[in-house]
Write a protein that binds this ligand. Structure first.
Ligand code: TXA
Ligand code: MG
Length: 379
């Protein structure tokens, strides 16, 4: 009897279905169980597996950065396109030389920045070391590197003795996870282990920068705003924000996709309360900055979630942003309305995530300065 193989399309479905055969373990890494959790994670990583680990920014899905097969598992579990490169996490500053080649003209700057912000939420884009597999950098000649300050992540990467490639532990395009439960919702049955290290202390992904030597001062280009703000970097050089060039063949940061961090419910970022014209029969939820003020009072919301209850502090808003986005996504409203935060300091990174999370056509309308009332709500 001739055995017929399923068609290519079916083989893809079967490939996807295989995830559902994987048992995902969730283990706590509280003080009592930290050593065991680290040991379990290191054993899996050493065997070429991937593991979700807490970092101070968001949870990461980690695999040995020198093991292309492990890195491929990261892309598969996340359904991430291979053109979107990963960040490599090192355990010690001295390991930078294993993954990147620091150009002589920015060596002093790199030293100053890493002394000031590592371990911590600053990612440096540098020429890559030839040992880094192509898959990690999506074929780019540069590699993004950081050292995480989370004690569990740090213990794992040091004990493994290899750098870890780790993107945020969510399915591609979805909201970054800031708790182990959020990772569970995203990747259960796709990965063998999630280490629960509690809520992340920053809540927003790292700042990503590129550096260039200059005649007087070096230039620091922010590719992705994050917890290390423009103001914090200004002591070290001239700071610029990277702007996408529509004519360029390849963007400087291939993962800086315009649409990202998206809830399933349409999300609209408003300039002012006057922009809001609810459609009859639709329900709306509000992401409020402080949980009080004109936005809160203007409508009978299905749900209201404050980013920074009472006092409107940006670090608290950053910490809660993705958690609140997930909560409102699950509340059953037809749309999520978001009150803007002031675009200073950490507010720049918060507004960056909110713009990317907002509904695509609506973003185009924002760009063209079309008032909300004239946009038609669900085009
Ligand atoms: O805080 C973080 O950075 C978290 C934690 C887990 O470390 N990681 C994270 O990774 O946010 P991910 O993959 O979600 O975002 C990494 C971003 C992507 O937008 C990617 O395009 C960009 O970094 N990136 C990676 N390598 C790059 C490179 N060589 N040049 C420019 N951008 C790069
Ligand atoms: Mg991500």
């Amino acid at each position: 009897m001739r055995l017929r193989l399923p068609s290519k399309g079916w083989r893809m479905h079967i490939g996807k279905a295989c995830w559902f055969l994987m048992k995902t373990e969730l283990i706590s890494a509280n003080d009592e169980h930290c050593k065991e959790a680290v040991k379990a994670a290191v054993a899996l990583l050493a065997a070429g597996e991937v593991v979700a680990l807490p970092t101070e920014t968001v949870y990461g899905l980690a695999g040995n950065a020198f093991d292309a097969a492990a890195v491929a598992k990261i892309f598969a579990a996340k359904e991430r396109p291979s053109f979107d490169p990963l960040i490599v996490h090192i355990g010690r500053k001295a390991d930078l030389a294993r993954v990147a080649l620091v150009p002589e003209d920015i060596q002093t700057l790199v030293e100053k920045l890493t002394n000031a912000f590592w371990p911590g939420p600053l990612t440096l884009v540098l020429p890559r070391h030839p040992d880094i597999p192509d898959l990690v950098t999506s074929g780019l000649e540069t590699v993004a590197v950081r050292q995480s300050a989370n004690k569990i992540f740090s213990a794992v990467v040091k004990e493994l003795g290899q750098p870890l490639a780790a993107p945020s532990a969510n399915r591609f395009g979805r909201i970054s996870p800031t708790s182990a439960t959020a990772v569970w919702d995203e990747l259960q049955e796709r990965i063998p282990l999630i280490v629960d290290g509690g809520a992340c202390s920053q809540g927003l992904e790292s700042t990503i920068i590129r550096m260039e030597a200059g005649e007087k001062r070096p230039t620091i280009t922010i590719l992705r705003p994050g917890p290390i703000t423009k103001e914090m970097l200004q002591n070290f050089g001239k700071v610029e924000r990277w702007k996408p060039r529509r004519d360029a063949d390849a963007p400087a940061a291939p993962g800086m996709l315009e649409s990202h961090y998206a809830p399933r419910t349409p999300l609209y970022l408003l300039g002012s309360p006057a922009d809001f014209r609810p459609e009859p029969g639709k329900t709306y939820a509000l992401m409020s900055y402080a949980g009080e003020g004109p936005f809160v009072e203007m409508h009978a919301w299905k749900a209201v979630e404050p980013l920074s209850p009472g006092n409107g502090k940006l670090p608290e808003a950053a910490l809660r942003l993705f958690h609140i986005m997930r909560k409102l996504d699950a509340c059953g409203a037809d749309a999520i309305i978001v009150e803007p935060v002031s675009e200073v300091g950490l507010g720049v990174a918060i507004m960056d995530r909110l713009r990317r999370a907002s509904t695509a056509v609506w973003r185009w309308a924002w760009f063209c300065r079309i008032p909300f009332a004239k946009r038609g709500f669900f085009f």
